[in-house]
Design a protein around this ligand. Sequence first.
Ligand SMILES: [Fe+2]
Ligand SMILES: [Fe+2]
Length: 181
Amino acid sequence: MNNSLKVLFDEHEIITGAIETARSAKRLIGINDEEYELAISELIRFFRVYADQYHHHKEEEILFPEMAKKNDLLADGILKEMYDHHTWFREMLRAIELDFEHKQYVAASEKMDEYTEALLDHIAVENEELFQTAYTLFTDDELENIYFRFVDLDRELGDSKKVDISKLIGELNLEINEINN
Ligand SMILES: [Fe+2]
Ligand SMILES: [Fe+2]
């Protein structure tokens, strides 16, 4: 099987790791509020930059339109659903950020739970259904072309910025686990 969609699967794994970090961060509330503040602001930045700019834009600007060209039913069905989720994710992040700015930590944390749950479900649908469908729709050449467009998008946004932000989340996870243990 042509492995062009591996970029997206790999990004899903990194995003899933950040979701785990968000779950661990919750335990800091009331124990170490300063660390919690730091963790949430880094997580919001990660979800906005990595999950949205790098990842959701690859799907919205490259993969989904190519899939829609192949099949109208997909465009009006599952693809529309995926776009709608992305829009809702953006709105939720903004709402979490506002709660957080007003130091409404419990509300921010509840919304973060809702956001991460929905994001996990969304990732599962893409991994198990949508990307599998994509492999059946495209020829190897088409998949390769999609892959190169993914690489270009990363380059435009900054390859090193992408690596740095995922490393930062890994380090944050370690820090939180140390505090919690
Ligand atoms: Fe998506
Ligand atoms: Fe995705």
